[in-house]
Design a protein around this ligand. Structure first.
Ligand code: RIB
Length: 314
């Protein structure tokens, strides 16, 4: 098994420009509502995972697509500033860079509307071109914010090469069983689990039951992200809840991406699944303490320092 600093992960997924405002509530249809604190951040579930994993010490190659526009330039610079190999990122002259419109509410929740734009230009051929790279990596992680056939091609190639495959099942989407089964780990949040299974998910019992449905379909390991309630591991043999770490919530955006990135890096460096989930819980918790998607993703040193504080009950 490679050591943490030597772990190589290929992330296949989305990159978005996040336009963030604070609002008192959701506007009603036809209503203009004043918001405040407009900010712009690099985001996108795939790119967030790539940056998250890089900050945790892994060597990352990102396969994605952004527009041939200034926003695309901005996202590329952000990836490169985190030492991510962007050789395989496509620039689409026809479609704008994916953009997410994010509202943050006083209760600490958010809501997100995404125009995927150039993310939808990514094709299986773009991934297949990187077959040799995938065969050399330790793990591949991907998300449902790019076309499903791309997710399938990525997981299939990594599986063929015997690599760890992780599917972050966000955003909420139906996903063919054949694709889900290609992932060693499927990691949805409650809403995403509901979309995957058609079940209502609220609380541990229904979450465990819905995760059980994924197992019946042939998925081997489900790692559920339960937000402020922590996470849950569900396999054919066991089901275990991992409580959340208490933190001051500033912005929940990208907490799930930080979690998946941490889980992937830990598992790829040989950690046991329970250890990996505890670490991922800590990375996810730290991500909610800062504003913005990628600016909030913690480094390995920050996670270690946080874990030490938790151990001392500080
Ligand atoms: O998971 C958070 C991400 O979802 C944001 O960065 C936004 O771009 C959306 O894709």
């Amino acid at each position: 098994m490679p050591r943490r600093g030597e772990v190589q992960v290929v992330v296949v997924g989305s990159a978005n420009f996040d336009v963030v405002v604070k609002a008192a509530r959701l506007p009603q249809e036809g209503e203009s509502l004043l918001a405040s604190n407009l900010k712009f951040f690099p985001g996108g579930k795939g790119a967030n995972q790539a940056v998250g994993a890089a900050r945790l010490g892994a060597k990352i190659t990102f396969i994605g697509s952004v527009g041939q526009d200034v926003i695309g330039d901005f996202l590329m610079q952000g990836l490169e500033a985190n030492s991510i190999d962007t050789t395989w990122v496509k620039r689409d002259p026809q479609r704008s860079t994916g953009t997410a419109f994010i509202m943050l509410f006083p209760n600490g929740n958010n809501c997100i509307t995404v125009d995927p734009g150039a993310n939808m230009s990514l094709t299986p051929a773009d991934v297949e071109r990187a077959e040799t790279l995938i065969a050399k990596a330790d793990a591949l992680s991907t998300v449902l914010e790019v076309p499903p056939e791309v997710v399938e091609a990525a997981l299939r190639l990594a599986r063929k090469a015997g690599k760890l495959t992780v599917l972050d099942a966000g955003p909420p989407r139906n996903c063919p069983t054949e694709i889900l089964k290609l992932a060693d780990i499927v990691s949805p949040n409650e809403t995403e689990l509901a979309s995957l299974t058609g079940e209502e998910v609220s609380g541990h019992v229904s979450a465990r039951e819905a995760a059980g449905k994924l197992l019946e379909l042939g998925v081997k390991t489900v790692v559920l992200k339960l937000g402020s309630d922590g996470s849950m591991l569900v396999t054919g043999k066991t089901s275990k809840h991992f409580p959340a770490c208490r933190v001051n919530v500033v912005d929940p955006t990208a907490a799930g991406d930080a979690f998946t990135a941490a889980l992937t890096v830990q598992l790829a460096s040989g950690a046991k699944i329970e250890t990996a989930i505890r670490y991922a819980n800590q990375a996810g918790a730290l991500a909610v303490t800062k504003l913005g998607a990628q600016p909030s993703l913690p480094t390995h040193e920050e996670v270690e320092a946080f874990a030490a504080r938790l151990a001392k009950n500080l």
